[in-house]
Design a protein. Structure first.
Length: 210
């Protein structure tokens, strides 16, 4: 089963991809994680992608599609995969079709911008060990201090309010049109995202008939 998870930044695609990987036994392919790894390693493609990501803009299609094509050809994708973060535009979606990459279901996690802003701008990450917190959902025991190592908590550039708002604008302008694209192909499934994680996961599985 080959799946695409759609939804605005912060809608919970990464979390749901992890749960679906456990339950369906197929890998989740997050372009965001692959790009961050390339940035961390200082590769040429990583440095190029970093310029766009720092601005909250979309990474160019040729960079994204090159990563995806290489990844889905690996042996662990033989029985299926979950795409998280790609496609983001109609040209990317069409390119996947043209490349012969079969997609069975496209699940769109529906959630309001106001909820997403509250989720993302409340996130904090330890600058020393990388542990994640949220000032409302998962606060540290001591303000701005990591429970695990005592390091100082930071706001990722991606989670700064102005960046979050820009990313949402980009999503609505560039990516939301994908719902119509896949609806015409009979593959779109809508799921309410503003509910407990396990409830949302069960709704996704039901929408796919699993």
């Amino acid at each position: 089963m080959n799946l695409i998870l759609l939804g605005a930044p912060g809608a919970g695609k990464g979390t749901q991809a992890e749960l679906l990987t456990e339950k369906l036994g197929i890998p989740a392919i997050s372009t965001g994680n692959m790009l961050r790894e390339a940035i961390h390693n200082g590769t040429e493609i990583g440095l190029e992608a970093k310029r766009y990501m720092d601005q909250g803009s979309l990474v160019p299609d040729d960079v994204i599609l090159g990563i995806v094509r290489e990844r889905v050809s690996q042996p662990d994708c033989r029985n299926g995969f979950i795409l998280d973060g790609v496609p983001r535009t109609i040209p990317q979606a069409q390119a996947l079709e043209d490349m012969g990459i079969r997609i069975d279901h496209v699940v769109s996690i529906e959630i309001s911008d106001s909820v997403i802003e509250a989720r993302m701008t409340g996130r904090r990450v330890c600058g020393h060990c990388g542990a994640s917190y949220h000032i409302v959902a998962n606060p540290p025991k001591k303000d701005n201090t990591c429970d695990l190592c005592g390091g100082t908590l930071e706001i990722r550039k991606d989670d700064a309010p102005e960046t979050v708002r820009h990313r949402l604008e980009v999503y609505h302008r560039e990516t939301e049109a994908l719902k119509s694209f896949y609806e015409k192909l009979g593959k779109l499934r809508l799921v309410e995202g503003n509910q407990p994680i396990e409830d949302a996961n069960r709704a996704i599985l039901r929408a796919m008939g699993v």
